[in-house]
Write a protein that binds this ligand. Structure first.
Ligand code: FES
Ligand code: FES
Length: 159
């Protein structure tokens, strides 16, 4: 049976009818039109569907929408500020870390949460933490460089 729930996404409030079995990924893309969050493996392995809930990384393909009602959800659409890209988005573009772009929203949200936890990561720490986000295009070198640049832009390390 469907239920009416409130979802707060990127500062906007939505009243949505959901089935208990519907995932946050499905609701974001199909009901709210927020297609920046990508539908990859559907099994929690690729990270393409990564979003933030109260600042924490979650796999939206494994998260039932009903369980995140009334919490603060951030998707890639919520990062730019009045048309100005977020420093992490700029770092990915400037460092050539985007090819097909399918992994990029998840990578960028991963980077946001990761750099809040560890503002001055080493390359090894970045590579280790990135293990949950799969990119099939770039070979990761450019993504690691983008994350290092983002850390610098955000006032963290350059080591
Ligand atoms: S689509 Fe969710 S982890 Fe791959
Ligand atoms: S840029 Fe294509 S999957 Fe990462």
């Amino acid at each position: 049976m469907k239920r009416l729930i409130t979802l707060r996404v990127n500062g906007d409030t939505y009243e949505v009818m959901v089935k208990p079995s519907e995932t946050l990924l499905y609701i974001l893309r199909e009901k709210l039109g927020l297609t920046g969050t990508k539908h990859g493996c559907d099994t929690g392995k690729c990270g393409a569907c990564t979003v933030l809930v109260d600042g924490d990384l979650i796999r939206s393909c494994l998260t039932l929408a009903i369980t995140v009602r009334d919490r603060d959800i951030t998707t890639i659409e919520g990062l730019a500020n009045n048309g100005d890209l977020h420093p992490i988005q700029k770092a990915f573009i400037e460092n050539g870390a985007v090819q097909c772009g399918f992994c990029t929203p998840g990578m960028i949200l991963f980077t946001k949460a990761f750099l809040e936890e560890n503002p001055e990561p080493t390359e090894e720490e970045i590579r280790e933490a990135l293990a949950g986000n799969i990119c099939r295009c770039t070979g990761y070198v450019k993504i690691v460089e983008a994350i290092q640049a983002a850390a610098t832009y955000l006032g963290g390390g350059d080591r």
